[in-house]
Write a protein that binds this ligand. Structure first.
Ligand SMILES: [Zn+2]
Length: 551
């Protein structure tokens, strides 16, 4: 009888704990995925509301602020360049319309112009004129001709010879395709470079022997928005720290072109599963750990922003850590943990190969067995399309929890009523049991390197270089965060930190041109790769010997 009473008591207690865990998870997801937060897009008021909510929860739980400004850690997201509203231009006293009559090229230098140059003279210290018609005619039969690349070289040459500004125009019938491309990352040149429309060029530059009075200001500036991570800490006075993380940003109205919404209507992407679910789990694990007896590690909790734009927040944190990364035991990332039923009760556990300790924990039996949340699908890779990648590349063991893709993924229909809260609470309890087991082990987990993951963005190409691109790199070219073992880039001698500037005849000056360029090659092709290592410019021969599929 006594035993029975105790049994009833403890089972009732367990039920109560689950009930409050369940209702807390629901409340967090419901708030974070509410229309009021407008999809939590990085740099918006909705993102700030979400960050404030997380910081307030951390404060109530009793976490120590561990950002750079209380719980917050702000970072910039570079969005290329934009033409400042101060930009004006007039020819012979007539004001031109920016965007219609003229536009500065994206790599234009800044400056004011007040001169009356002769169109054909090319005098030192005066504006010069460049008609791209000849260039286009000369390269008519070259399908690889890169107008922009050739133009940049010409502009640098003319600036070196003394031009104070450059006016580019095109009198030929061939299209040059030149436009202001905010994301192009050619290094800015020293002088203003302005493209003049056909009609305006005809009117003012038609007579090469004449002069034209030019006044104006050209300003092309960096375009940035600011996001913020939220960071809280439990200091147990231990040597090592375990990091738990989840991104809380989402797509807003899909302005960053990462939505899968096919309609033309403007809709809020609430991101209940992606990733209000992981954020809610993060807050509840913070609560459980704060009141627990697990003291052999310190715990750092990070809500990341900027994830949907390319892991900006986690990358910023690992480059500007607020604790010593050398003492990080491991990192656990939760991204989309709210749809356990939708994926036949299968929980993906990524990063399994990043430490032999993971196998040790998951293969336990009997009373030491971890709390079972679901069937596990283990993925050994330490990289993937979420924030654990930023820690893996710093040689930190990682685990990545994910309940799988679904038809609402990155669509306005990823709503709170579709979350499996029982499944989510089971995942929270599972992770907590793993932390309990870790606490007993009381050791620092050894790190292991893993194979490259097949990410969604690379799966579209039939060839791969085998680099991990740095999506946050803002210079000209594509910087490799890492180079995969046995892949073409590594075989050609490329290393982490190298910046790829061209592949074959194709200039690579942004992620977009990099991806377009890869699409032009097929398995078995041999070509060259131009890259920069520090100040050195290097060339390597590369062979695309294998496809990315089926690996
Ligand atoms: Zn997402």
């Amino acid at each position: 009888m006594f035993i029975r009473i105790v049994f009833l008591f403890s089972s009732r207690q367990l039920t109560t704990e689950n009930a409050s865990l369940l209702s807390n998870l629901k409340n967090h997801v419901e708030y974070l995925s509410n229309d009021k937060l407008e999809g939590r897009r990085t740099g918006t008021a909705g993102e700030k509301l979400a960050a404030t909510y997380i910081a307030e929860e951390f404060r109530k739980i009793g976490l120590q602020p561990k950002g750079s400004d209380g719980f917050y850690q702000a970072f910039d997201v570079a969005e290329g360049r934009e033409i400042s509203t101060t930009t004006t231009l007039s020819l012979n006293g007539n004001n031109l319309v920016q965007g219609k009559d003229f536009f500065p090229l994206v790599y234009s230098g800044n400056g004011t112009i007040n001169a009356t140059p002769s169109i054909s003279l090319m005098e030192r210290g005066e504006p010069w004129f460049l008609n791209v018609a000849d260039m286009l005619a000369e390269n008519k039969s070259n399908p690889h001709f890169d107008v922009n690349g050739a133009l940049v070289n010409k502009i640098k040459e003319m600036a070196g010879k003394g031009a104070s500004a450059l006016f580019v125009y095109n009198t030929s019938a061939s299209e040059d395709g030149l436009k202001f491309d905010a994301k192009e990352r050619t290094e800015p040149v020293s002088i203003p470079v302005v493209y003049i429309s056909k009609d305006v060029a005809k009117k003012y530059f038609g007579d090469a022997s004449s002069s034209v009075k030019i006044t104006g200001t050209i300003q092309v500036v960096e375009k940035k928005r600011s996001g913020s991570n939220v960071v809280g800490y439990i200091d147990n006075g231990a040597v090592n720290t375990i990091i738990l993380g989840a991104h809380f940003d989402h797509l807003g109205y899909g302005e960053d072109h990462n939505s899968r919404h096919t309609g033309t209507d403007r809709q809020i992407h609430n991101g209940a599963d992606d990733n209000a679910s992981g954020t809610a789990a993060l807050i509840e694990l913070a609560r459980m750990l704060k009141s627990s007896s697990l003291k052999n590690n310190n715990y750092l909790f990070i809500g990341f922003s900027g994830e949907e734009l390319g892991l900006y927040g986690s990358k910023y944190f690992t480059q500007n850590p607020t604790i010593n990364l050398a003492n990080v035991n491991f990192m656990i990332n939760m991204d989309m943990v709210g749809r356990l039923n939708d994926s036949s009760r299968t929980l993906t556990v990524g990063g399994y190969g990043t430490s032999p300790s993971w196998g040790e924990l998951y293969n336990r039996t009997g009373k030491d067995k971890l709390f079972e949340a679901a069937q596990y699908r283990f993925d050994s890779s330490g990289t993937g399309p979420s924030d654990h990648t930023s820690f893996y590349v710093k040689n930190i063991p990682v685990l990545f929890y994910f309940t799988g893709l679904h038809t609402d993924y990155h669509k306005p229909s990823d709503d709170f009523d579709k979350i499996n809260y029982n499944g989510q609470s089971a995942i929270v309890r599972h992770i907590y049991s793993l932390l309990q087991a870790t606490d007993k082990m009381n050791t620092k987990f050894p790190f292991a390197k893993t194979r490259e993951a097949q990410t969604m963005s690379t799966a579209r190409f039939s060839v791969t270089l085998g680099i991990m691109p740095d999506y946050t790199y803002n210079g000209a070219g594509v910087r490799a965060d890492g180079v995969s073992d046995g892949k073409p880039a590594q075989k050609a001698g490329l290393k982490a930190g190298d910046v790829i500037t061209a592949i074959g005849d194709y200039k690579v000056n942004s992620m977009e041109t990099y991806m377009q360029t890869l699409g032009k090659f097929k398995k078995g092709d041999k070509t060259t790769v131009n890259y920069k290592r520090g100040d050195q410019s290097l060339v390597a021969t590369i062979e695309f010997y294998e496809t990315h599929f089926g690996q």
